[in-house]
Design a protein around this ligand. Structure first.
Ligand SMILES: Nc1ncnc2c1ncn2[C@@H]1O[C@H](COP(=O)(O)OP(=O)(O)O)[C@@H](O)[C@H]1O
Ligand SMILES: [Mg+2]
Length: 259
């Protein structure tokens, strides 16, 4: 079993798309890699149709290679071991047009044949919602430590996140907690926070549904700039409020998962 030496496995899910799930996964991985050391954190990008992890980690154009031990992950600059469907595509503009069973086969293969080596953490980034891919990953990922659920502070996203909580419960996967992303925008001129969305939705859904609230990450133009340039935000702006929020969230996750 090639995941035999992977100590902890965490999947990141959401109700809706575009809430920053991939950005959160990449920065959680970068924060964990900081804690645990280079080569100790893996990231599997299981978003078959819209894989964005390579772009956010500056790994576009990388290709997967394999050998006797299995498929080798690609190393990011910060020492994260990465595997993405994007590494199998001929170019950036090629879509994957597969029906369910083929997609499930591909996910199965990635879950079983990557030679991750010794990892403290493997994070899995999933497409939004509760469809085929999240279902397959959560059913096949052996001994998942839990899911992190990402939402934005809007009622629209909050409503769908409740479904994601119920989905994880139905699959008997522990819920590590909810992360609220894009929570407030700090004005670069006056320093005052503008609530772009309603605010507080993540915390409220967590309370209503009886799951932990892990923390809020502010909207920050620097975040999207960094991720567009392929650099994890927490490394480029380690003193920012968002980077601090990521460190707090990782602290909470480690406390629960390693206890
Ligand atoms: N807190 C934030 N501040 C600024 N931009 C963000 C923030 N979170 C995400 N983004 C940007 O929003 C876009 C969508 O995020 P992404 O992680 O791809 O969403 P998802 O994976 O949920 O579809 C990306 O361009 C990302 O860089
Ligand atoms: Mg994504």
């Amino acid at each position: 079993m090639r995941m035999g030496k992977v100590k902890h496995k965490i999947a990141v899910i959401s109700g809706k798309g575009g809430v920053g799930k991939t950005l959160v996964t990449v920065n959680l991985a970068a924060t964990l890699a900081h804690e645990k050391g280079a080569g100790k954190v893996g990231l599997l990008d299981a978003d078959i149709h819209g894989p964005c992890v390579p772009k956010m980690l500056g790994l576009k154009g990388s290709k997967l290679e394999s050998g006797l031990p299995g498929i080798f992950p690609v190393y990011s600059e910060g020492g994260i071991k990465v595997v993405s469907m994007a590494f199998l595509l001929p170019n950036d503009d090629s879509p994957i047009i597969w029906r369910g069973p083929i997609k499930m086969g591909a996910i199965k293969q990635l879950l079983s044949e990557v030679a991750w080596g010794e990892l403290d953490y493997l994070l899995v980034d999933l497409p939004p919602g509760t469809g085929d891919e999240p279902l397959t990953v959560l059913q096949l990922l052996p001994e998942t430590d839990g899911v992190v659920i990402v939402t934005i502070p809007s009622e629209v996203s909050g409503d769908v996140v409740r479904k994601a909580v119920t989905f994880a419960r139905m699959l008997n996967v522990p819920i590590l907690g909810i992360v609220e992303n894009m929570a407030g925008l700090v004005c670069p001129h006056c320093g005052e926070a503008i609530e772009v969305f309603m605010g507080g939705v993540g915390r409220r859904v967590a309370k209503d549904m009886g799951v932990p609230f892990l923390g809020s990450i502010p909207l920050d133009p620097g975040i999207s700039g960094d991720s567009d340039c392929g650099k994890p935000f927490i490394e480029e702006h380690s003193d920012s409020a968002a980077a601090k929020a990521f460190r707090e969230i990782v602290k909470k996750i480690i406390e629960v998962v390693e206890k």
